[in-house]
Structure formats: structure tokens, C-alpha cells
Design a protein around this ligand. Structure first.
Ligand code: AMP
Ligand code: GLY
Length: 430
């Protein structure tokens, strides 16, 4: 099989790596990929993965490429191409593609749609209301005493959410979106929600239009600095499984969240084929949905694909073809960890072009696999091209073992000014 992977982050390197492990796969293209994807080889015939310089949002050029090269399956990583309708376009041209269509992707592309859907179908979530008038939004934030979360309706590069602790903070977030229009159209409407507290868990449900298969739970660390301080990022590190999330809670989540979600989709004519990734908060009143994403998480994918046993292509095809009843994903009992190494200044402005050293030394440690995110190969070697540079993953019989291995590998990586959180997973150990 010939596979086209779309995207350039750590998630896409992990997808590409796992896809090359399939005995069914003969060649892989990655558009646009990164320095890590280009270093992978297929099992069958040792064909290197080829990076194709087409951006993930350039749907016209991706479609032309696919029409010419005819991949047997296209695997979409990021949210933007899904929101732009890449699945609909490819399918109209008879190309097989994994990822929800534009209508199903609304669970991620419109937070207001998602919120209203949850209310319609009785799915537990934060109380909230949506606004396009700043005065009304600010009045509602006052009603919540400033203890609220302000969310741009549309996609805003993961930066459209402000978690507020006071009325002035909420006012500032509302002004930024509705008056200063910092996210343009994506922030023309916004959702103000009550601020929930509790532990966060990432769930992933692979869907085939009529059923879902739940992946094990994982946990991300969204804030930039230790102790969950600093600005929100795309994710600084993950681990799976999550010892504090019991099988009983998992059953509760299926019954209260995923089953009503699926029934709701059926009632509303939404055939969701792809990954539903609900972000949950385990509150004192039970699990509640913070948001729905319509793709795999990054860096959740990096730990999932270390633990996933079996052929990724089999389960992705079952999701595309409506045949999830024929597959049962199996998971390694070992724990997996991913520690993200980020550029100085991330998630704000940061320098690009810094040399990345120590990769071979770090990867020589048993149990370690390094997924590249913002990297590029130059004549001089590998340099950073993005804020999240690498995801250092490790496996171990316990979470502590996996963490020790991941951190000893991370210490060997040398990138001027870079940083990582040294407390990934420690919450789960206490
Ligand atoms: P989202 O993109 O909606 O997941 O929001 C990003 C992050 O903001 C989440 O991972 C949470 O840490 C936080 N967040 C979102 N909604 C809420 C909420 N209602 N209460 C508390 N924190 C939230
Ligand atoms: N792990 C956060 C995200 O993928 O949105």
C-alpha cells in the first residue's frame, strides 16, 4: 500500500513511524513532514519516507498530488485541513482518506456548535453561553464572578482559550476577541463558560460512523511550566495509562458522554469517521467535557502509538470503511511517556534555526524513541523550525521507569535555550 500522511508535527512523525511498521505498506509520503519523518523507512523493502513540500492546508495542491500518485490511503493529522473539508474533496475524487468530513469536524471547528450539541443531548459539560456582543459577554462573565473561561468559537492555533480568575482578566480576553479581533473571524463569536476544576484526562474514541472503540486514557500537560503554571501551549508532555482513572470511571464516561454523543450524531445525521478526542475534567460532580477535538491529540498520539500493538493501517481502514466491529485494538501494558522539548520563548515568539544535537546518543537508550515536531534538515544538520521541537518518548514497566528513561534521554539533547517540563506524570505518582 501507498500512504500519504498530512501534517508536520510530532503526531505526524509518530503516525508515519507506526505506518512504516506495517508489513502492508510499501511507500509513504509525508506532506510536508519534518526532519524525523524523512528519516523513517518502510519495513518492506526499506524504502525511505519521502517528504513532499506541500503545506497541510494547501488542499488544492494536496489533491493534485494525490490524483497523480494515487495513495491507497491518506491519513490526516491536524485539524485545519479537516475543517477546510479535505476529506470531502478527496472523497469526491474517489480517494480514500482517514479523518472526519467537514460537517463532522464541526465538533472541533466550532466550540459553540459543540456546546449546543452537548446541551441538546444531555452530555455533562461546563455551563456557558455564547456572545457576539462584548457588553453582554462581559455581563455574563461578571455573573460568573470572573471565574470563567473565554473561548473563541473557531480554530485559533490552540490559543483561543483564556482561563480567567478575575473580572478584569475576563474583560481583557473578551475585548481581545470581540473588539480587537485578534483571531479575526474565528473570534467573532465566543463562548463564556464556568471554570471547572479537577484533573484533566484526554480520551480518544476511534469512530466509523456508527460505532466507536475507546483508546486507553492519557494525560497531557497544557501549561508551559512546572506546577501547571504559565501560558497554555499545544501540550508539553503526556503519559498513558493514567492510574487515577479507574475502569468504573471509564464505564461512566462511556455511558454519560460517548454513548449519548453517538446517539446524538445519529439523530443529527452526522457520520463521524475518524478520531473523536474529548478533553475531560474529572470534577467533584463527575467527568465533564471541556472540548471535543476531531483528530488525534499531539502529544497524546506519541504515547498511544508507542503502546499500540498491531497494524495501524488495519484500524484506520476499519474506521474509514465502517468496519470497526472487525478490529479490537490491543495495548502494551507498559507505560509510555512523552516529554516535549520546546524552544526558548515558546508558546510566544522563539528563534528558529538552532542546531539540534545529541539525538543519536539519546536514542541509543533502550526504550527511547524520539519523535520530531518543529525540525528541518539543513546541510549543517538538523535545526529547529517550530516551538515544540522534539517529543522524547520512552516505555517502561511502570510510569516511574518510563519517566526516568525519558528524562535521561532528554538530558542528552542539546538545543540552545530549549526547555522541557521536569514534572510530566508526577501528578499521577502522588
Ligand atoms: P480547550 O481548547 O477548550 O481544551 O481549552 C484548553 C485548555 O483550557 C483545557 O485543556 C483546559 O486546561 C482549559 N479549559 C478549557 N475549558 C475549561 C473550563 N470550562 N474550565 C477550566 N478549564 C478549562
Ligand atoms: N494535546 C492537545 C491537543 O492535541 O490539542
Amino acid at each position: 500500500m501507498k500512504i500519504l500522511v498530512i501534517g508536520s508535527g510530532g503526531r505526524e512523525h509518530a503516525l508515519t513511524w507506526k505506518i512504516t511498521r506495517s508489513p502492508r505498506v510499501t511507500s509513504v509520503w509525508c506532506a510536508p513532514g519534518n526532519a524525523g519523518t524523512a528519516d523513517e523507512q518502510t519495513l518492506t523493502g526499506d524504502r525511505p519516507v519521502e517528504n513532499i513540500p506541500i503545506g497541510a492546508e494547501d488542499i488544492d495542491t494536496l489533491l493534485s498530488f494525490a490524483q497523480e500518485r494515487r495513495p491507497d490511503l491518506t491519513v490526516v493529522g491536524p485539524d485545519n485541513p479537516l475543517t477546510l473539508g479535505i476529506t470531502d474533496r478527496f472523497q469526491r475524487h474517489g480517494l480514500r482518506i482517514w479523518g472526519p468530513d467537514q460537517k463532522a469536524a464541526r465538533f472541533e471547528s466550532s466550540k459553540i456548535f459543540s456546546h449546543q450539541f452537548m446541551i441538546r443531548h444531555g452530555i455533562p459539560c461546563a455551563q456557558g453561553a455564547f456572545f457576539s456582543d462584548p457588553k453582554e459577554a462581559k455581563a455574563y462573565a461578571r455573573h460568573l464572578r470572573g471565574q470563567c473561561v473565554v473561548k473563541a468559537d473557531g480554530l485559533a492555533l490552540g490559543k483561543g482559550v483564556s482561563v480567567c480568575e478575575s473580572i478584569p482578566e475576563a474583560d481583557e480576553a473578551i475585548t481581545a476577541l470581540l473588539e480587537k479581533k485578534v483571531f479575526g473571524e474565528a473570534g467573532e463569536r465566543l463562548l463564556v463558560q464556568e471554570r471547572l476544576s479537577g484533573r484533566e484526562v484526554s480520551l480518544h474514541a476511534l469512530c466509523d460512523g456508527t460505532r466507536y472503540r475507546l483508546f486507553p486514557p492519557s494525560q497531557d500537560h497544557k501549561r508551559a511550566y512546572e506546577g501547571n503554571r504559565g501560558p497554555n501551549t499545544g501540550g508539553m508532555g503526556t503519559y498513558s495509562p493514567t492510574p487515577f482513572f479507574s475502569p468504573d470511571q471509564m464505564a461512566q464516561v462511556q455511558q454519560e458522554i460517548l454513548d449519548p454523543w453517538l446517539t446524538g450524531c445519529q439523530k443529527e445525521g452526522i457520520a463521524f469517521r475518524g478520531m473523536l478526542y474529548p478533553g475531560l475534567m474529572l470534577t467533584a460532580e463527575g467527568p465533564k467535557v471541556l472540548e471535543f477535538n476531531a483528530r488525534l491529540g499531539d502529544p497524546e498520539t506519541q504515547v498511544y502509538l508507542r503502546r499500540f500493538r498491531g497494524d495501524l493501517i488495519d484500524i484506520l481502514e476499519a474506521s474509514v470503511d465502517g468496519k470497526l466491529d472487525s478490529v479490537q485494538p490491543e495495548w502494551d501494558d507498559n507505560a509510555a511517556v512523552c516529554v516535549v522539548i520546546a524552544a526558548d520563548g515558546y508558546p510566544g515568539t522563539y528563534a528558529k534555526g538552532k542546531p539540534v544535537a545529541g539525538l543519536a546518543e539519546a536514542e541509543a537508550i533502550p526504550g527511547v524513541k524520539i519523535f520530531h515536531a518543529g525540525t528541518r534538515r539543513e546541510d549543517s544538520g538538523i535545526v529547529n523550525s517550530g516551538g515544540r521541537i522534539l517529543g522524547v518518548t520512552a516505555m517502561g514497566p511502570t510510569l516511574t521507569d518510563a519517566l526516568n528513561t525519558a528524562y535521561s534521554a532528554a538530558e542528552r539533547i542539546r538545543i540552545e535555550g530549549s526547555f522541557y517540563r521536569s514534572d510530566i506524570g508526577t501528578d499521577a505518582l502522588t
